[in-house]
Structures are given as structure tokens and as C-alpha cells.
Design a protein. Structure first.
Length: 290
């Protein structure tokens, strides 16, 4: 049994289930247009009253953490409704978003956040704690979206050790939609800046490789998710999103381009993948339309 397991009390962590926080923001056009430029999107500049593209709420409600509130890896010590964890490494595991009404540029918005679950698991990569958090975002017209976010906390990597690779799954190749993405360091830096994400694995190459055992900079899970929802939007012009779900299977790095793949399914939906340079699944997603 690992040291982390002996120090970890899942019962004490579960006592935080139901913890809630509320926050407010204004959907200013500046961040949305900066994300548009970061992704090289062809749309015209977003202005007051325009609908915010689906999934782009990720650049609002940013964390408010001073330097003394950060771990050595740049991630926050206090993660909102999630209690402080004895496992130091936090990763994106997935999310499911349900869209109820548009969020528009200029809207004053309110977010209610609730911790729904904490679960302990032990796998091939060691002790893991999974958390489930639900966000509900409201405009003046009512509930705009609900998002269930899943994160995972992992044990520290010993100095000089390599990060254990997750099980690999071959990605579908019989798909009509494909796009190559080059995860340049500038792209990762800009997304970190727009989301106020100071986790060093995304911009500090020495930290990512030497302290955490990765082969390069790590592509943000939410960055991949946002690229995938844009990919679905591009292949379904004019359609209104009802839901979008994402599961992270393996990390992506800035060491080589990766591919987005997708195809329509029966009914009003499509399925999508982010695919590693080796042709295996990094992220799987599904979009459903009204």
C-alpha cells in the first residue's frame, strides 16, 4: 500500500459532498475574441449580443488564487468546492454539458457549483481519487447550461521516474471528418493565459519532463474538449447543441501533431475523437443536437 493511500481518508473527503459555491462574471467580448484568434477561427469579431460559441464558457469564471494559494506545480491548493487533496497531481477526466439557452456576449452570468461525489480507486498507475463537480450557469433569462466535470487526483511521480502510460485503444479510422492539430507551445501558453491556468505541466517544459515524468508539455484536457466541440460545430453548421460529452483516455503532448476525427451517427448526433500520433484514442466525445 502506498504512502498516499495510508494518509488518505475517503470518509473525511466524502464529508465535503454537497459543498456549494456561487460566483458571478460578465461575458466580455475580449476573452472570446482572444480565444477566436488563438484557435485561428474564421468568424468575424464577436460583438455585444452575439451568442458565445458552445463550450467557450471555459474562459469565464476564472480562478482567483494569489501566489501563496498555489502548489509547487502551479495548481491551486484550494480547488473551490473540492477539499484539499493528499494526492498532489490533478488531471482532467471528462465532462458532460447540457445546453438550455444561449449565453450572449455582454451577459451578466451567475454560476452555482456543487461537489457531487468523491471516489477512491486503485489502478495500474497507483492510487486515484475521482471528483465530480456540477456547474449551473444562469443568465437573466434563466438556466443556460449545466456541466458535470470529472477530475482525477494522482500520486506524485518519483524524481527521475517516467509517467505510467494508460491502456491504449485504437481509434476508428473509417471516418469522414479529419483535422490535424499542431499543439505548439504558444497555443498551450495562450490557452493557459485565457483560462488563468498556472499548472506548470502546460508551459514549463523542465517541470513537465523532470518533475512529472512526461515526454513534453501536456495539452490541457479542456483545450482538447473545446477543439472537439468546435470541430463538431464546423461539420454541423447552423445546428443547435443540446449536449456535449467528453471522456479523457490518455494525455496528449506538444511533441507531435495529433488528429481530430469524427462522423455523424443515427439520430441528431455525432461522435468524435482526439487521436494520438500513434493512432490511439486520447479523448472520445459525443455531440447531440436539437
Amino acid at each position: 500500500m502506498s504512502v498516499a493511500t495510508t494518509e488518505l481518508s475517503i470518509e473525511s473527503l466524502k464529508r465535503h459532498i454537497g459543498r456549494r459555491l456561487a460566483s458571478t462574471d460578465v461575458v466580455h467580448p475580449g476573452p472570446a475574441n482572444q480565444l477566436r484568434l488563438t484557435f485561428g477561427r474564421p468568424e468575424a469579431e464577436l460583438a455585444l449580443g452575439d451568442p458565445l460559441p458552445p463550450g467557450w464558457h471555459v474562459i469565464y469564471f476564472l480562478p482567483r488564487v494569489a501566489p501563496d494559494g498555489l502548489r509547487p506545480d502551479g495548481s491551486p491548493i484550494d480547488s473551490g468546492v473540492i477539499p484539499p487533496m493528499p494526492l498532489p497531481r490533478r488531471m482532467f477526466a471528462g465532462q458532460q454539458t447540457r445546453f438550455h439557452r444561449p449565453i450572449r456576449i455582454g451577459d451578466a452570468v451567475r454560476r452555482e457549483t456543487e461537489l457531487m461525489d468523491v471516489a477512491l480507486k486503485t489502478g495500474s498507475t497507483g492510487t486515484l481519487v475521482f471528483t465530480t463537480v456540477v456547474d449551473r450557469v444562469f443568465t437573466s433569462e434563466g438556466l443556460a447550461l449545466e456541466e458535470e466535470r470529472r477530475g482525477v487526483f494522482r500520486e506524485e511521480v518519483k524524481a527521475g521516474a517516467q509517467n505510467a502510460a494508460p491502456r491504449r485503444e485504437a481509434a476508428p479510422s473509417d471516418v469522414p471528418w479529419r483535422r490535424l492539430v499542431t499543439p505548439a507551445a504558444v497555443l498551450l501558453f495562450r490557452f493557459s493565459a485565457l483560462t488563468f491556468n498556472s499548472h506548470r505541466i502546460h508551459y514549463d517544459r523542465a517541470w513537465a519532463m523532470e518533475a512529472e515524468g512526461y515526454p513534453g508539455l501536456v495539452v490541457h484536457g479542456p483545450l482538447t474538449s473545446t477543439l472537439l466541440i468546435d470541430f463538431a460545430r464546423d461539420h454541423n453548421p447552423g445546428r443547435v447543441f443540446r449536449s456535449f460529452s467528453v471522456q479523457a483516455r490518455a494525455p496528449l503532448f506538444d511533441t507531435a501533431p495529433f488528429e481530430l476525427r469524427g462522423r455523424p451517427t443515427t439520430g441528431d448526433a455525432c461522435e468524435l475523437w482526439a487521436v494520438t500520433p500513434e493512432g490511439t484514442v486520447a479523448t472520445i466525445a459525443r455531440a447531440e443536437f436539437s
